[in-house]
Design a protein around this ligand. Structure first.
Ligand code: ITT
Length: 195
């Protein structure tokens, strides 16, 4: 097995990406698996900049290949917010619930549908080369919370063509349509070619 560290502390992301790499020759190890609490300040203003920073920071510690993901929700009526600030939209140490409530509050004076998309930039780094891929998932923000699976904005995000929110889908279903699945499936294909 080829060991790859996934530079994330987000358990939701980690479960999804491990599921995508099942039945491959890659063993995905998250920062939580390593008990690594390295804090990475996400101070870049692009998804790519932050994803590369996560991958480089963790590569420098372990010197084995790393993947990373920077992702977020882009809401049309809010001019692309929360975007790269999705994780801490309601402030430092906020919960997913705080973020969802803030978003719905900001949207309350706008008419529905609230068109939105998730974006994910996935990065691989092995000390020599970066491989970068992207994925998106189009949909709308709904004003009631539905479902308990997934994480983040999943309970209020309805993907185009579905009558379930992302939080009402199992990992295997979310992995058929999500921004993260698109980005990491592209990355997986490139890694299979490379190794
Ligand atoms: P790491 O940096 O440790 O990977 P993070 O949660 O801080 O974890 P990001 O900086 O990439 O990750 O922020 C992504 C945020 O965007 C995440 O915390 C959610 O609020 C939201 N998000 C991204 N993908 C999502 C998804 O599939 N479902 C729901 N919300 C998502």
């Amino acid at each position: 097995m080829n060991k790859i560290i996934f530079a994330t502390s987000n358990e939701g992301k980690s479960k999804e990406v491990k599921h995508l790499f099942e039945k491959t020759d890659f063993a995905i190890i998250s920062l939580n698996d390593l008990g690594d609490k390295t804090e990475i300040i996400e101070d870049k203003n692009t998804f790519e900049g932050n994803a590369k920073k996560k991958a480089e920071t963790i590569y420098d510690v372990y010197k084995i290949p790393v993947i990373a993901d920077d992702s977020g929700l882009v809401v049309e009526q809010l001019d692309g917010k929360p975007g790269v600030h999705s994780a801490r939209y309601a402030g430092e140490n906020c919960t997913y619930d705080d973020n969802n409530k803030k978003l719905l509050d900001e949207l309350k004076d706008y008419s529905q549908p609230h068109k939105a998309k998730f974006h994910c930039t996935a990065v691989y780094y092995d000390g020599k080369e970066f491989i970068i891929t992207e994925g998106k998932c189009e949909g709308e923000i709904i004003r009631i919370f539905r479902g308990t699976k997934g994480f983040g904005y999943d309970p209020i995000f309805l993907p185009v063509g579905y009558d379930k929110t992302l939080a009402e889908l199992d990992i295997s279903e979310k992995n058929k349509l999500s921004h993260r699945a698109e980005a990491f499936n592209k990355l997986k294909k490139k890694l299979v070619e490379k190794y």
